[in-house]
Design a protein around this ligand. Structure first.
Ligand code: ZN
Length: 86
């Protein structure tokens, strides 16, 4: 009876150590959650987003119309004018 208990214990200890080693190896293989290249990427790589003063939609600066110190998604919204935002 004692021998069976002993070998059962050995079996579970081996399983436990194997699991620990597997988790350790998996952690080593995975890249860090936040890639350094993305974290340190210069802001100039992405285009600045601007907000339409009428409808509030966000769009790239190059696609927006800049009229009277406001940005607009379309000339039609520039004509309608700024809408108060809440
Ligand atoms: Zn708009």
């Amino acid at each position: 009876m004692g021998k069976a208990l002993f070998w059962t214990g050995v079996f579970f200890v081996v399983i436990f150590i194997t699991r620990l080693l597997a988790v350790h190896a998996a952690k080593k293989r995975q890249p860090p959650p936040q890639a350094p290249s993305q974290a340190n990427a210069p802001v100039t790589d992405s285009e600045a987003m601007v907000r339409c003063a009428h409808c509030g939609v966000h769009l790239p600066r190059s696609e927006a119309s800049l009229i009277e110190q406001n940005t607009w998604c379309t000339p039609a919204h520039a004509k309608l004018g700024a809408r108060p935002q809440d």
